[in-house]
Write a protein of this length. Structure first.
Length: 222
């Protein structure tokens, strides 16, 4: 017997069964001097979600919705996490990243959180080594153990790690909500197509203000 459907935004993002995922907001993606910037990428579109994300995290904390930070570790001196498939694709498409420009090394500045987006002592951090935050991580058992039915996914890149994670969430029967101003990617076309694809096939796309307005009601409860 299926559970009762959650049909409205307010139902879906009730803090008692919603977790906010902050995906890959790390210096190597977003910061000047990070790996993306050093490989010739204009990181401005990847920085633009930062302030809305900070506001969304604050709203989640006040509403007592769990906040989970997803971060990558990719390059290691021993090459533990990068397969030939990953490296071949990077060699063709990513202008030196993962080869001459390491990505998200353990305990490095590049692998650290971008700007003021960092977990509080009560937030959970889950490390991943592939784009999909569910793949070979503790994310699914953590969500199920805490009765989570909905994920709100923010971060970068919209069309890569965010979309991969949202697709997997849908496949695992979680509701997914994506705040369109809290995700970023390399250009407007990637952003438009990815958000359209998510809205069509995998989840709900809204503005973060709509989410914060719902959560503020819970945050103001005695």
């Amino acid at each position: 017997m299926a559970r009762e459907m959650l049909t409205t935004l307010e139902q879906k993002i009730d803090p008692k069964w919603t977790a906010l995922l902050v995906i890959d907001m790390q210096n190597d993606f977003c910061a000047e001097g990070g790996a993306f910037h050093r490989s010739g990428v204009d990181v401005t579109p990847l920085q633009s979600p930062a302030k809305p994300i900070i506001s969304l995290v604050d709203s989640a904390h006040r509403a007592k919705a769990p906040v989970i930070f997803i971060r990558n570790i990719y390059n290691t001196p021993e090459g533990w996490y990068l397969s030939d498939v990953m490296l071949e694709h990077a060699l063709r498409c990513w202008n030196g990243r993962y080869h001459t420009v390491p990505m998200c090394e353990r305990d490095s500045w590049g692998g650290d959180y971008y700007d003021d987006i960092r977990p509080s002592e009560h937030d959970l951090v889950i490390v991943k080594h592939r784009f999909n935050a569910f793949f070979n991580t503790d994310l699914d058992p953590v969500l199920r153990s805490n009765g989570i039915r909905t994920i709100v996914a923010c971060g970068v890149l919209t069309n890569i790690c965010v979309e991969s994670t949202v697709r997997e969430a849908f496949f695992r029967d979680y509701y997914a909500v994506v705040p369109l101003d809290c995700v970023g990617t390399l250009d407007d076309e990637f952003q438009r197509v990815s958000l359209r694809n998510i809205a069509f096939g995998f989840g709900l796309v809204v503005n973060s203000q709509e989410i914060r307005q719902v959560w503020e009601k819970f945050g103001n409860m005695p």
